[in-house]
Ligand binder design. Structure first.
Ligand code: HEC
Length: 149
């Protein structure tokens, strides 16, 4: 009986610790992105332009997670000069499904975004889904994928 009472708070604190660890991992995994999208997700301003677009309320960030994975893994074809940076393929920066899941979950649940978390199993599934794509995707292709949702 005594043992049972002692276990309850320790399990609760263990769960809190896990949640905090996940958030820290997400923050770490996002450091690559913040160079262009900035720590607050709004896109780093440089002169009168930005390095990259805002991820706040982005349809790609908050929509079908497989499309977000596609953007991270393969990049976006540079078709204009709206942004100073380029969304290059980050496949080599996220070789690990856990780290991919961490960064995806982080952007979907930060900066006011409230989309569902991405599991490590999902991340592995998306990686396999897009493995044959070898170049950055065009905005037209992304729009097509989003419309098909
Ligand atoms: C070197 C700069 C750079 C880095 C690093 C970078 N991005 Fe980007 N990102 C861009 C640019 C530039 C665009 C716009 C691409 C275009 O339309 O030409 C973009 C677009 C996006 C978009 C599409 C947003 C929308 O709604 O249209 C998402 C999502 C995204 N990036 C997520 C990420 C994530 C997550 C990371 C880190 C894993 C990351 N980016 C790292 C520069 C960067």
């Amino acid at each position: 009986m005594k043992l049972k009472l002692l276990l309850v708070p320790s399990i609760a604190s263990l769960l809190t610790m896990t949640a905090q660890a996940d958030d820290a991992a997400g923050k770490m995994a996002y450091m690559t992105c913040s160079a262009c999208h900035s720590a607050d997700g709004q896109g780093l301003p440089l002169g009168d332009k930005k390095m990259a677009p805002s991820l706040v309320a982005s349809k790609i960030v908050n929509g079908d997670a497989s499309v977000l994975a596609l953007v991270i893994l393969k990049g976006i074809k540079k078709e204009g000069n709206d942004y100073l940076g380029m969304m290059a393929s980050l496949e080599l920066a996220y070789p690990d499904d856990q780290k991919l899941a961490d960064v995806m979950t982080y952007v979907r649940q930060s900066f006011g975004n409230t989309a569902a978390a991405v599991t490590v199993e999902d991340a592995a599934k998306y990686r396999a889904q897009w493995q044959d794509i070898k170049e950055p995707v065009s905005r037209a292709k992304l729009a097509e994928l989003m419309a098909a949702e």
